[in-house]
Write a protein that binds this ligand. Sequence first.
Ligand code: ADP
Length: 365
Amino acid sequence: MASVKMRKIRKTYDNSVEVIKGVDLEVKDGEFMVFVGPSGCGKSTMMRMIAGLEEISDGELHIGERLANDLPPVDRKVAMVFQSYALYPHMTVAENMGFGLKLAGTPKAEVKEIVGKAAEILRISHLLERRPKALSGGQRQRVAIGRAIVRKPGVFLFDEPLSNLDAGLRVQMRVELTKLHKELGSTMIYVTHDQTEAMTMGDRIAVFNQGVVEQVGPPMELYRDPVNTFVAEFLGAPKMNLLPAKWAKQGNGAMLEVGGCKIPWNGDGAGPIEAVRDDLLLGIRPEHIDVLSDASETGTIGAKLEVVERLGDTVLLYVKIAGLDSHVAVKLPEDGNQWSRGAVVGLRPREKAALLFARSGQRVN
Ligand code: ADP
């Protein structure tokens, strides 16, 4: 096992575009760290630099105690699992898993024992004599993971390993990878663009955006306390609503004006904001908005219900506030057809869960 320390890491490709712009990050020994962000933000590039498949333009990479910038991939004690399994079609599962050990000159009996143990962990012992073409996508991915396990790496690197699997299998493999991490206790770095994978698998998440890390922390900390609108919107589905808002201090509390409606604000979060600001965004998650059938109640935002999506256990309402472009998403427990399209409702954001951002995106409360 090993920690991975990135210090001011930069990467410029030959076309002189800088795609990693000074990343400072430490993955602790035994930690499951997820790199998450939209496509093209630099996650894979960062991962490939850790693996030694891509040169580091500037900064320092430590794996364990060693400066790894110039170490060849084989000396880094890392094992990478990709989206494509890259199994040898003419070899059995056991041969695929043991191939690296065989190349390294490990005695046959020892290879068999190590492969057998890894297969047990992954529950693929009954598949050892099959060839890849006789396996399902999920089984092939397990073999690819098995091939990494037998090398006993200090760090596992997973690059979108579940993207090729169907939705049901993805959920199953997600759970199995989390269990595998608990069993092996190894350091794991996992790249994904899928916020659900990040939220459910990571001990901590690093949110990447255009070559920088916006925020690092445990999933629920980032969900509840994002530093900016990028992180706020990236985690959670449907994403956080961001509504243009004006703010005016009033006594011990304040008045927030959203969509032409005034909402009294009791005080929490009133502290750091100047007396008056008319350039804010109210950040409120879909599950933190109460919907009143009486839109005329004071302190609510009047809105028209445009779409109702029933998901079985929950209902998603998409409502339109006059004068605002985008819809506001609201998530409620299933309620037995209470809501119908076209209804005029009152929205009441729960103050304790509400976040305030400057238009630039930075948090202000
Ligand atoms: P992600 O994994 O987050 O989708 P990547 O790390 O693959 O993103 O890519 C980050 C950026 O670097 C993208 O803009 C991509 O086009 C660019 N890039 C990736 N590989 C190369 C390369 N070999 N040469 C030039 N640009 C590259």
